[in-house]
Design a protein around this ligand. Structure first.
Ligand code: A2P
Length: 270
C-alpha cells in the first residue's frame, strides 16, 4: 500500500475507508470487514459517528494484526478533556492504541484542546495527533503553542472543493492533508467533466475523483457501505491522470483555492 510519512515517523496509507454516517452495528461491521478483505489498511472513524464499537469489532474479527492497520478516531470537541475521551474511545474500539487522534473541528478555538491531545500521546494512547476542519490561520495559531506539532489536517476536499491554499499551508507546516468527502458525498459522481475523464481513462467517476486527490498528495478516505463500491474505490493504483485531465478537474473548483476549511454546510460547529 502506498503511504505518506507523517511528522511523527509513522506511515499513513494514501487510501482508507471513512465511516461517517454509517450506522453502528451490521452496516459498519460489514463495511469495515469488506474494506479489510479488499486490502484497505486505514479505517477512519470518530467519537461523533457513534460507530467505534463496530469498527473495533470488525478489526478484531478480521484476524489482521493490529499493527498492520492504521486506525484513526476523532475527539468530539464537546467533551472536556481530549486525553480522557481517548481512553473512552479505546475502550469502545477494544484496542490498545490509536494510530491517529484528531480534533474533529475547531470548536472553541484552535488551541484549547491541544494539551489534552498531547497528553494522549504521552500516555501512549495514540501514536499521532492532528486536526480536522482547521483553516490555514487556525493551523498557524496551533503551531505556535504546540509542543507536538499536528501530523494531519483532515479537510473536505474534491475538485469542486479544491482548497489549494489550505493544502499548501499544510505542506509548509509538514502536515499531511487528508481528504474527506472526496466524492462530494456522492454529488460529484454525475458531473459531465468527471464522466468524460472517466470514460477516456476507462475508469469510473469515483476512481477518477479518488485518483485526483491522491495525485494532489493527499491521503483519501471515501465512504461506502456497498462491497462492490468499496472494491471499486480501492482500484486506483493502476492508472494515472495526465496533466490535461488534472487541469480540467482543477478547473471545477468552487472555493477559489481558499485557505479556509469551511464545509459546504458552513461552519456548523460555531
Ligand atoms: P454508499 O455508502 O451507499 O455506497 P464521500 O466519500 O465523498 O463522502 O461519498 C460517499 C457517498 O458516495 C455515499 O453516499 C456512497 O454511497 C457513495 N459512493 C461511494 N463510492 C461510490 C462509488 N464507487 N460509486 C457510486 N457511489 C459511491
Amino acid at each position: 500500500m502506498n503511504t505518506r510519512v507523517l511528522s511523527n515517523g509513522t506511515e499513513i496509507p494514501v487510501l482508507g475507508l471513512g465511516v461517517w454516517q454509517v450506522d453502528d452495528g451490521v452496516e459498519t461491521e460489514q463495511s469495515v470487514t469488506w474494506a479489510l478483505e479488499t486490502g484497505y489498511r486505514l479505517i477512519d472513524t470518530a467519537q461523533a459517528y457513534g460507530n467505534e464499537v463496530s469498527v473495533g469489532k470488525a478489526i478484531r474479527e478480521s484476524g489482521i494484526p493490529r499493527e498492520e492497520i492504521f486506525l484513526t478516531t476523532k475527539f468530539y470537541p464537546g467533551g472536556k478533556d481530549a486525553r480522557v475521551e481517548a481512553e473512552k474511545s479505546l475502550e469502545r474500539l477494544g484496542t490498545e492504541y490509536l494510530d491517529l487522534y484528531l480534533i474533529h473541528w475547531p470548536q472553541g478555538g484552535p488551541t484549547w484542546a491541544w494539551p489534552g491531545m498531547e497528553a494522549a500521546v504521552e500516555a501512549g494512547l495514540t501514536k499521532g495527533i492532528g486536526i480536522s476542519n482547521f483553516s490555514a490561520t487556525e493551523l498557524q495559531e496551533l503551531g505556535k503553542i504546540a509542543q507536538i506539532q499536528p501530523a494531519v489536517n483532515q479537510i473536505q476536499f474534491s475538485p469542486f472543493e479544491y482548497r489549494k491554499a489550505l493544502v499548501e499551508a499544510c505542506e509548509e507546516a509538514n502536515v499531511v492533508a487528508q481528504a474527506y468527502s472526496p466524492l462530494g458525498t456522492g454529488r460529484h459522481l454525475g458531473d459531465p467533466v468527471v464522466a468524460r475523464i472517466a470514460e477516456a481513462t476507462g475508469k469510473t467517476p469515483a476512481q477518477v475523483l479518488i485518483r485526483w486527490a491522491i495525485q494532489k498528495g493527499l491521503s483519501v478516505i471515501p465512504k461506502s457501505t456497498h462491497q462492490n463500491r468499496i472494491v471499486e474505490n480501492f482500484d486506483v493504483f493502476d492508472f494515472e491522470l495526465d496533466d490535461a485531465a488534472v487541469a480540467d478537474l482543477d478547473g471545477l473548483d468552487k472555493t477559489h483555492g481558499t485557505a479556509d476549511a469551511l464545509s459546504q454546510s458552513g461552519k456548523w460547529w460555531s
